[in-house]
Design a protein around this ligand. Structure first.
Ligand code: ADP
Length: 239
């Protein structure tokens, strides 16, 4: 059977849930998604908090999940790949996309660069994941009903500064830390708060969020309730 193939002999218990392979579970969830609205997972956190690491892990773990790649006009850092981490575009291309309505929202960051997200992110049935700052999160939440948001917190500001320094020793550490505080001040607006202390634990908790949200029964909307026939109000006769 297509949903019970391959992984019966692996030693990883996550490969088998009650006789279903992990692949099978993924395929069932993808089919189930036909009957529910796709979820837009939003990941926010200060630069260096681990967003890229968490997103890469979730994409590896859940093959049905698709990443929405956002735009930036800044130069790629070492190891960053166009089309995977960002779409690296020129200022002219950014102006064109914005003028043609292909950009949903954008921010100017550190007074230097633009970061922007594409319009029409939930076309097709797949669940998506996108990295946004708190302003982007607010705009998507106002526009899409099925947003599930996760805020990634560093264990401390010192640890955050260390990770930023290790990753890319740029000279704008002060503005990065100021931006980090601005983001962290909005953490209470998110559905889930995830402290990225021990990486392995943080990745497990991120997986748990995605799994739980994809199993959640869809809440009826006001429109669905409107369409439910009212019970017959005529009292039944005792005869
Ligand atoms: P962001 O996308 O939020 O800027 P990254 O995922 O690029 O952050 O992570 C920033 C740096 O911190 C990377 O070098 C990454 O390997 C490292 N890192 C991420 N999570 C942890 C963690 N829990 N402990 C130690 N280092 C981490």
């Amino acid at each position: 059977m297509w949903w019970a193939d391959t992984a019966h002999h692996t030693s990883d218990p996550r490969d088998r849930w009650c006789g279903l392979t992990r692949n099978g579970v993924e395929r069932m969830i993808t089919l189930a998604a036909i009957d529910r609205s796709p979820i837009l997972f939003v990941i926010t956190g200060p630069s260096g908090s681990g967003k890229g690491t968490v997103i890469a892990h979730l994409l590896d773990t859940f093959p049905g999940l698709q990443r929405i790649v956002t735009y930036t006009t800044r130069e790629p850092r070492e190891g960053e790949i166009d089309g995977i981490h960002y779409r690296f575009i020129s200022q002219e291309k950014f102006d064109d996309l914005r003028d043609s309505g292909d950009i949903f929202e954008y921010e100017r960051v550190y007074d230097d660069y633009y970061y922007a997200s594409p319009a029409r992110v939930l076309e097709g049935g797949a669940d998506r994941i996108i990295e946004l700052d708190y302003k982007g999160h607010r705009k998507y939440r106002a526009h899409y009903p099925n947003v599930v948001s996760i805020f990634l917190l560093p264990p401390s500001m010192e640890a955050l500064a260390e990770r930023i320094q290790l990753r890319s020793p740029e000279n704008n550490m002060e503005s990065r830390l100021a931006n980090a505080r601005e983001q962290i001040d909005r953490a209470a607006e998110y559905d889930y708060l995830l402290v990225n202390d021990c990486l392995e634990d943080a990745l497990c908790r991120a997986e748990a969020v995605v799994e739980a949200e994809r199993m959640r029964r869809e809440k009826p909307t006001l429109l669905d309730l409107w369409n439910i026939p009212l019970p017959d109000s005529t009292p039944e006769s005792d005869a």
